[in-house]
Design a protein around this ligand. Structure first.
Ligand code: ZN
Length: 215
């Protein structure tokens, strides 16, 4: 690694996280979910630090050198590189869920269209789909999976406050959409975060298809 890491972080650990983030980003880019350098990805490194994508890089060509270290307030550690503009949303997840190890944020067409369509309701209510069981904590298709849709803003503290307000009113949360923007989800490891993201993409596409067919 070119950047000096704090002594408490083994270089191999950071490199492993950076490689895992870069590999996930390349695969999600291939799926077409990260158009025009959008999207950002992170993994927890320890209780005080996360590895996250550097702002503005092509996610289809990401390598470990495109990943940097931030503290849990979203400040760069040991580098002049600029973290994603949305770093505060990643570190919020790590602060609120000590077990969270990976956060994925993508801008697929399905996610973007669904966010616009459901913004007026403030939430997408998904029920009756077998694939809801891919979301940790959901054990049956008979349950309801609620994915809130928060208004988009370039002012991250506002978005952080929306997420906090949702959680502080006792609502479960495994993912959220931002209107006209994309989705955030996370997991206890990269595999769980990927499973959540793929399931959510599928469920949102199904909900959109149903509305198209009724039209
Ligand atoms: Zn974004």
């Amino acid at each position: 690694m070119s950047q000096p890491l704090p002594d408490s972080i083994p270089p191999d650990l950071f490199a492993a996280r950076a490689d895992a983030i870069a590999a996930a980003a390349r695969e999600l880019a291939l799926a077409g979910w990260t158009p025009a350098t959008s999207s950002n990805f992170s993994m927890r490194v320890d209780s005080e630090h996360a590895a996250i994508t550097i702002s503005g890089r092509d996610k289809g060509k990401l390598t470990r050198d495109d990943i940097m270290l931030v503290d849990m307030q979203g400040r760069a550690v040991g580098t002049d590189a600029r973290p994603s503009a949305e770093t505060a949303l990643h570190t919020q997840v790590y602060r609120r869920w000590p077990e969270a190890q990976a956060v994925l944020h993508t801008h697929s067409r399905t996610q973007s269209v669904a966010s616009r369509l459901f913004a007026k309701h403030g939430v997408v209510r998904v029920e009756g789909w077998e694939l809801q069981k891919a979301i940790t904590g959901h054990t049956t298709h008979e349950g309801v999976l609620e994915i809130p849709v928060f208004p988009n803003t370039q002012h991250m503290p506002e978005l952080v406050a929306h997420v906090d307000a949702w959680l502080d009113s006792g609502n479960p949360l495994s993912a959220y959409l931002i209107d006209g923007h994309g989705i955030y989800t996370w997991g206890r490891d990269m595999a769980e975060a990927r499973r959540h993201l793929e399931a959510l993409e599928f469920l949102l596409a199904c909900e959109l298809d149903l509305r198209r067919l009724k039209a």
